[in-house]
Design a protein around this ligand. Structure first.
Ligand code: DC
Length: 231
């Protein structure tokens, strides 16, 4: 039995779940895990080393051997900062393909659970509430309409000076969600006890208000003893 509270936020690609999961971590002083980054890291190494996306044992081996450190928004792979390189669409799509292998998912399972540390963890992904942290104190399925998600992703890419168009992005996101939801192992799905939030028409601060209210209702991040007061 683990008493350290977990907030598990799952949902489709580019729904903004990472932004709110990180916002919750900041507001509550919790640790943060972006589980998609682990799948993207394996995809990144697989691409660099020309590993066949169907070679599950080789991919699981990569996952077990990853030397990773997360420091704020930076992601270090064997000491090299790779965060920006992980964000490109091709790596997201490859991550989605290889994430269907049960052996790879198993190799990442304990690594994800190791992020659970006091005073709590806020995390986002596809199977945080269903598989990785089934005893999470708050489970949220955080979604938005595909056209809203595509617009959001287009804006992010343009800000980075990258070329993209809305039709291709919408199609890629829809394909990725369909693949993530259709796989046999740990598919993208709301946990039976998850609360659903469709953030299509909400600003980030409004979505965060809803999530903070749900966390408060569950006494998450609320200390039981009153803090000491100075005079
Ligand atoms: O969250 P993201 O878009 O960075 O994730 C990239 C891909 O990784 C996603 O399409 C499927 C896979 N993934 C997964 O299978 N399980 C997770 N918990 C997180 C990501």
């Amino acid at each position: 039995m683990n008493n350290i509270p977990v907030i598990a936020i799952d949902g489709p690609a580019a729904s903004g779940k990472g932004t709110v999961a990180k916002g919750l971590a900041k507001a509550l002083g919790f640790h943060y895990l972006e589980s998609g980054a682990l799948y993207r890291l394996v995809a990144f190494v697989a691409q660099r080393e020309s590993i066949d996306p169907n070679d599950a044992p080789a991919l699981a081996q990569v996952a077990s051997a990853l030397q990773i450190r997360f420091i704020e928004d930076q992601i270090f792979l064997s000491g090299q900062e790779v965060a920006e390189q992980l964000r490109v669409e091709s790596i997201g799509n490859l991550a989605s393909q290889i994430a269907a292998h049960p052996a790879l998912r198993r190799a990442l399972l304990e690594r994800q659970r190791a992020f659970r540390a006091a005073p709590g963890l806020s995390c986002d992904g596809r199977d945080m509430g269903t598989v990785v942290f089934p005893d999470a104190a708050l489970k949220v399925f955080y979604t938005a309409r595909v056209e809203v998600r595509a617009e959001r992703r287009l804006k992010q890419l343009k800000q980075k000076g990258l070329d993209a168009n809305l039709a291709d992005l919408s199609r890629d996101l829809a394909e990725r969600d369909a693949r993530d939801a259709a796989r046999a192992t740990a598919p993208l799905a709301a946990a039976a006890d998850a609360l659903i939030l469709d953030a299509s028409d909400l600003r980030v601060d409004q979505a965060l208000d809803v999530l903070m209210r749900w966390a408060r209702e569950r006494q998450i991040g609320v200390t039981t003893t009153a803090p000491a007061r100075g005079n």
